[in-house]
Design a binder for this molecule. Structure first.
Ligand code: UTP
Length: 287
């Protein structure tokens, strides 16, 4: 299975992050010293996916700009002799090939993925949600690509969640065919805890084959005219089979304030020059 592109939907309104996300996309909110989207793009790069298809909207141009040159800034840094910073900003500009498609109406995640149809053509592709960070050695989409290639099947990334959270996710169950890899037998969108077939939740990582587009086009619209991805995933899984890959690593949903703030503290604590000072300042606040 040849996978060269990753689709990153970033066109949502980010209502959970208001008012911070009123004019700054939630994907551009900083986590320590980088915007959320940069962590997501770095995960894609780690999997060898340099062609990035942003599904974007007119409020979100700043996301593409972040991965483009800023010649004025670079000139200023060069003249000031701030070569280390210059190197850092240039590295971001050179990270990826940007391919952008517009989602003109925010009709849900399924619709956002469908917007990438003209650029994905007939090839399988990866999908990573633009506000969903997974951190860890070889974690996230890397694991999915490895499994999808090995079994020649589409795949979703899953993680265990506590029972009280299953109703926020698509939940899957199936037969374990290798350590950490299941062949999906059942997929339910946002079940009540008592109806959930397992506690394995789909977490923002997918390897999809192009027939997903046909299934999305033929999906029924849900609440508010939204086109969900899970309906189409269920059909794709029923048709030819699909894997669920248990994702290693730490996950932070940047649209959830507690997780977003935890991510900031986590990354700041990794920085030796900041760690002691940060801990000292946090201590009196935690009673
Ligand atoms: P979310 O459901 O977390 O994002 O979608 P949202 O709708 O922006 O946020 P809330 O729930 O109102 O706070 C996950 C990812 O999918 C994108 C979002 O930008 C986010 O990165 N998305 C969502 C789209 O691109 N288009 C959509 O129609 C919906």
């Amino acid at each position: 299975m040849k996978i060269s592109k990753v689709v990153i939907p970033v066109a949502g309104w980010g209502t959970r992050s208001l008012p911070a996300s009123k004019n700054i996309p939630k994907e551009m909110l900083p986590v320590f010293n980088k915007p959320v989207i940069q962590y997501v793009v770095e995960e894609a790069l780690h999997a060898g996916l340099k062609d990035v298809v942003f599904v974007t909207s007119k409020e979100k141009r700043v996301i593409e700009d972040h991965f483009d040159y800023n010649l004025q800034l670079e000139d200023t840094l060069a003249r000031a002799g701030k070569l280390n910073l210059l190197e850092q900003v240039q590295a971001v500009s050179e990270m990826i090939n940007i391919i952008s498609v517009r989602q003109k109406q925010q009709l849900g995640l399924g619709h956002a993925v469908l917007c990438a149809k003209p650029v994905c053509g007939n090839e399988p592709f990866g999908v990573i949600l633009g506000d969903d960070m997974i951190i860890g050695q070889d974690a996230g989409i890397v694991q999915l690509i490895e499994a999808a290639r090995k079994y020649n099947l589409p795949a979703v990334g899953v993680m265990e969640v506590p029972p009280e959270k299953v109703s926020r996710y698509g939940i899957v169950s199936g037969r374990e065919i290798a350590p950490g890899i299941l062949r999906i037998e059942n997929m339910v969108e946002k079940p009540r805890p008592e109806d959930a077939p397992s506690n394995l939740a789909i977490v923002g990582r997918y390897v999809l084959t192009p027939d997903i587009f046909w299934h999305i086009e033929n999906s029924e619209r849900g609440h508010g005219g939204e086109i969900q991805l899970t309906d189409a995933l269920q059909k794709l899984a029923a048709d030819g089979g699909m894997l669920a890959v248990k994702i290693k690593g730490l996950r932070f949903d940047a649209g959830d304030w507690a997780e977003y703030l935890t991510a900031n503290i986590y990354f700041a604590l990794q920085d030796e020059s900041l760690r002691d000072d940060l801990l000292e300042q946090l201590r009196p606040l935690v009673r």
